[in-house]
Design a protein around this ligand. Structure first.
Ligand code: FES
Ligand code: FES
Length: 177
């Protein structure tokens, strides 16, 4: 059900026409400054203003995890965060995971383990997995399940995702040696 400024299809952002407010933050390592609609969500800001379409909108109400991004080193459902709440924040989206056109180890392992099918949940799943490996480079299966517990996937059955994260963790640890 729509619970914010949406048209009835729930996926189209509608400007509130309220006076603009300044927003300054860092997205994928780049400083961003814009005057924005104070009612827009971080998800809308990323997709509508910055054209970063990798972050997906599934439910729009904090249930599915498709919109997960990393904000100040913690995962958030960007559909539940107002863009103004990200004032001076450091945001990492799926577009920031690859470097110089090369997929990250985590992304490579998702492909290798067939951890995506339709791919709709994948950006959010990857961001949750990234945040997990950043705080715990050697997670158990239980910790991985916990780390991705907010991300729904209707396709994979999750085992391939768990295998991919375990494998990525191993490779990342080896690279650090
Ligand atoms: S779109 Fe944000 S949790 Fe579903
Ligand atoms: S790959 Fe389709 S929802 Fe996860």
């Amino acid at each position: 059900m729509c619970n914010h400024n949406r048209k009835k299809d729930c996926f189209e952002y509608v400007d509130s026409q309220l006076p603009r407010v300044p927003l300054e933050l860092v997205v994928n390592g780049e400083k961003v400054y814009e005057l924005i609609d104070p009612t827009m969500t971080l998800l809308d800001f990323l997709r509508n203003n910055l054209k970063l379409f990798g972050t997906k909108e599934g439910c729009g109400e904090g249930e599915c995890g498709a919109c997960t991004v990393i904000m100040n080193n913690k995962t958030v459902n960007s559909c539940l965060v107002l863009a103004v709440e990200a004032q001076e924040a450091d945001i990492l989206t799926i577009e920031g995971l690859s470097k110089g056109g090369e997929l990250s180890i985590l992304q490579q392992e998702f492909i290798k383990h067939d951890a995506l099918q339709c791919g709709f949940c994948t950006p959010g799943m990857l961001m949750s997995a990234r945040a997990l490996l950043d705080r715990n480079p050697d997670p158990t299966v239980e910790k991985i399940k916990e780390g991705i517990s907010g991300n729904f996937c209707r396709c994979t059955g999750y085992q391939s995702v768990i295998d991919a994260v375990l494998s990525a963790a191993k490779r990342e640890r080896e690279e650090l040696r």
